[in-house]
Design a protein around this ligand. Structure first.
Ligand SMILES: [Zn+2]
Length: 135
């Protein structure tokens, strides 16, 4: 992408064009919608928690829906995408079995799908078709 030159003749600054900024904003919104859709799928399948060998079924069952709901409604206004980080604080509300067999695999799968689809959010070709640029 080309930079935008200043009006006083200074060299172009490393600044995104308005079109590129718009594409980034649209891509970010698509990314957020994708993640929320993945969390919603989990919300509609509450039977996945507690797991068969749950160490505290009442506690894990009670924590499941509020936790997933909270993730679906995460505040994106500050630009923070922390919801995609390893959810140690969220997962700590669950027993070891539910954490290791439901929550962490769910997050890992969500992040894997997100990473795989990432270029499409920005109207870019799939990873296999992208080419490294020397910038
Ligand atoms: Zn459990």
């Amino acid at each position: 992408m080309n930079g935008i030159g200043s009006e006083d003749g200074d060299p172009p600054r490393r600044e995104l064009t308005p079109e590129a900024r718009s594409a980034c904003a649209v891509g970010r919104e698509r990314l957020i919608q994708h993640v929320r859709a993945e969390f919603l799928k989990c919300l509609y399948t509450p039977s996945i928690c507690p797991v068969k060998n749950c160490q505290s079924p009442p506690k894990c069952k009670a924590a499941f829906l509020p936790t997933i709901s909270k993730l679906c409604l995460w505040d994106t206004s500050d630009g923070d995408m922390h919801v995609l980080e390893t959810p140690v604080d969220v997962a700590s509300e669950f027993c070891k079995e539910c954490r290791s067999k439901v929550l962490l695999p769910f997050f890992e799968e969500t992040v894997r799908k997100l990473w795989n689809a990432l270029p499409t959010f920005f109207d870019l070709p799939h990873w296999d078709e992208l080419v490294d640029l020397d910038v």
